[in-house]
Structures are given as structure tokens and as C-alpha cells.
Design a protein around this ligand. Structure first.
Ligand SMILES: Cc1cc2nc3c(=O)[nH]c(=O)nc-3n(C[C@H](O)[C@H](O)[C@H](O)COP(=O)(O)OP(=O)(O)OC[C@H]3O[C@@H](n4cnc5c(N)ncnc54)[C@H](O)[C@@H]3O)c2cc1C
Length: 324
């Protein structure tokens, strides 16, 4: 009868997709399953049932130990056939974005990556994604039988069901050996950040006069337990922060609970990276700055006056703890 299947290497993302998948599956009257791959994947099965999966397809094999997009695509192709799934929802993480088109190619399926909304209309899955450098949103309906949709992480919050239960289905896969070999693994350099994971993100732009003033913005980030990001001029023109910290079209996309924009004009190439932020706060001395059009709260003022007062207020209100 076909069905919807969910896969992400990140547990929280998979649970969020299951939560949305539940709604879609119920509207399309299809079963909802999950794929768990790799060592000890089976340990997560019970938890996925609590979020609406009624079947958990579990596979482990030496070829799955290190992520290789082509091997994982092959694994998912086989599991989709076994599950008789016609729609797969994947987290649009760095890995998910590599995986989705390869899987679609193997299945001869239509594919949408970086989806920002999913709904059912006239019994069909309708997907939205940003296009033209974030200037517009396009709406897609895939016409092939099978569909591969990579959904922006953190778009849907995981919400458990009461009394969820399901069946664990071990799958044996025929996988080719890896085409590349991992020679060495190195931890990221100290101080590197993963803004995609940020719950609170404080970004700074060209409103800052001097590299030394970054300490002020870092202090604000610390007082809200946030990570520090920036616009392109800060990382690529002035080289005050690293490329890893640039947010936007050619940088990182984040879905924080709180995004603070300090001295940032709000050009679309930057804001497209934080469109999924829950709450946006902007500080800018130009009341006509475009950032205020997307801000939930805006402070018109000189950041050199506003930020120290904000830090002082946050410290006196919350002490060392972070605001909720
Ligand atoms: C193909 C392409 C891709 C791009 N990709 C990205 C991307 O991924 N990420 C990105 O960030 N940019 C990207 N850009 C650049 C983008 O278009 C903007 O130029 C950039 O985001 C502007 O950065 P900004 O807001 O820091 O600077 P500005 O636009 O110069 O804005 C600075 C702001 O600070 C305010 N300000 C000045 N002084 C103060 C003060 N004392 N207190 C408070 N406010 C003050 C000003 O009013 C102004 O609004 C891209 C551009 C192109 C063409």
C-alpha cells in the first residue's frame, strides 16, 4: 500500500520528521516507518515508536560504519523496496544533502532538498523550498511514484504520542565495499563552531567598527548562552571571524530558538540563513534597515550603547544562568 519512511543520522531530526510524518501519513492514509542504520541502531527503535513509527527497519553492516553517500543510498534503496515506501523524508543536513540526490537517482525518483514546508493538497505531497538566492519560495509537487524529500533540520519539533508501539524489522543488505578508505580522523580545531546546531545565535555585521570590539559581541553571546556568527564582510572581507561562522546563502543555515542580529542590514543573502529562527531580535542604528522587516523585536540604536546595556540587564536578571 506504499508508505512514508524517515531517515536521519541525527536522532532529534529523525524524531521531528516522524512527528511531521505522522500528520502526512494520516492524511494520505499510509503507514509510517523509520530506518535506523549502523552500529547499535536498534537501540533507538523503541524511542521512534514513541514518535509515531509503526515499523523500524534496522540494518548494520561493515560498509555502513563510515558514512559514504553512495553506500547509504544503496542501503536506503533496498530498504525502501522492502518497506514498499513511496515517500522518504531525510534530514537536510550536510550528509542528507549528499544522500538525497544519490538515492533519488537510484530510485528514478523526484527529489527536493532543503524543504521548508510540507503539506498535503488534493492527496498529494506539496513541498516548498527557497529559490533564487532566497528571494522567493517555490512550490513543488513531485510526479514520479517515489519521492525523496530532504527537509531542513529543526523545522519540526519532536512531539511524542502516547502509547506508540511498533515492529522491529532487521534487514540484511547487499552492499558493495566502500570506494574510499578513511585514513585518519582529526578532531576539529578548538574554537570551531557548528552554527547549524545553535539554540541561540548572535550574529554581527559591518556595524562593528573594529575587530577588538568582537569581545563585546562575544560577551553578549556568552550572557545568552549563544554561539557567535557573522555576515560575509566580517568573515570574508575583514577576516575577523572564520568562514565557518558566516551565516547565509553561501554560509551556514541555522534554526535557533533566538537569533540576535547586531549591526546587520538584513540583505536576503544573509537572512536566508536564519529564516527558520523562532525569534529574531535586531539592533541597528538605521530605522529603515531591512532587518527590521523580519525582526520580531527591533532596537533602533547604536550597538555600542545598546549592547552593553543589554548585557548588564541580562546579567542582573539571569545571573550566570541562561534565559529560557
Ligand atoms: C552571491 C552572494 C552571496 C552572498 N552570500 C552571503 C552570505 O552567505 N552571508 C552574508 O552575510 N552575506 C552574503 N552576501 C553579502 C550580502 O549581500 C550583504 O552584502 C551582507 O550580508 C551585508 O553584511 P552586513 O549586514 O554586515 O553589512 P551592511 O549591509 O554594510 O550593513 C551594516 C549595518 O550596520 C548598521 N550599523 C552601522 N553602524 C552601526 C552601529 N554603530 N550600531 C548599530 N548598527 C549599525 C548599518 O545601519 C547597516 O544596516 C552575499 C552576496 C552575494 C552577491
Amino acid at each position: 500500500m506504499n508508505g512514508i519512511i524517515v531517515y536521519s543520522e541525527l536522532e532529534e531530526t529523525a524524531l521531528g520528521l516522524l512527528t511531521k510524518g505522522r500528520e502526512l501519513a494520516s492524511e494520505l492514509n499510509k503507514p509510517l516507518s523509520v530506518v535506523l542504520l549502523g552500529d547499535q541502531a536498534g537501540d533507538q527503535a523503541e524511542n521512534t515508536f514513541a514518535y509515531g513509527a509503526t515499523q523500524a527497519f534496522i540494518a548494520d553492516a561493515p560498509a555502513l560504519t563510515n558514512f559514504q553517500a553512495s553506500t547509504y543510498a544503496s542501503a536506503l534503496t533496498q530498504i525502501m523496496a522492502q518497506a514498499d515506501a513511496d515517500i522518504i523524508l531525510i534530514g537536510s543536513t550536510r550528509r542528507g544533502r549528499e544522500l538525497a540526490p544519490r538515492l533519488a537517482q537510484k530510485l528514478s525518483a523526484g527529489c527536493v532538498t532543503d524543504a521548508i514546508s510540507l503539506c498535503i493538497k488534493d492527496n498529494r505531497l506539496v513541498v516548498e523550498r527557497r529559490t533564487l538566492g532566497g528571494n522567493t519560495v517555490s512550490t513543488k509537487v513531485i510526479t514520479s511514484r517515489q519521492q525523496v524529500i530532504a527537509v531542513m533540520p529543526k523545522l519540526y519539533e519532536a512531539d511524542p504520542v502516547t502509547g506508540g508501539a511498533g515492529e522491529v524489522i532487521p534487514v540484511s543488505l547487499e552492499l558493495q565495499g566502500p570506494t574510499t578508505r578513511v585514513l585518519e580522523r582529526r578532531p576539529k580545531k578548538a574554537g570551531t563552531v557548528n552554527l547549524e546546531e545553535a539554540e541561540v545565535l548572535v550574529c554581527v555585521g559591518r556595524g562593528l567598527n573594529d575587530k577588538g570590539d568582537l569581545a563585546l559581541i562575544q560577551s553578549l553571546a556568552d550572557s545568552v548562552g549563544g554561539m557567535l556568527g557573522c555576515t560575509r564582510p566580517i568573515s570574508h572581507e575583514y577576516h575577523w571571524l572564520t568562514e565557518d561562522q558566516m551565516v547565509g546563502l553561501s554560509g551556514k543555515e541555522a534554526s535557533p530558538r533566538l537569533y540576535l542580529a547586531i549591526g546587520i542590514s538584513g540583505q536576503i543573502q544573509h537572512t536566508v540563513g536564519v529564516m527558520n529562527a523562532k525569534v529574531i531580535v535586531a539592533i541597528n542604528n538605521d530605522k529603515n534597515a531591512p532587518i527590521f522587516k523580519i525582526a520580531d523585536y527591533g532596537i533602533v540604536g547604536d550597538l555600542y550603547q545598546v549592547v552593553p546595556k543589554l548585557i548588564e540587564k541580562l546579567r542582573s536578571e539571569f545571573g550566570g544562568s541562561q534565559p529560557k
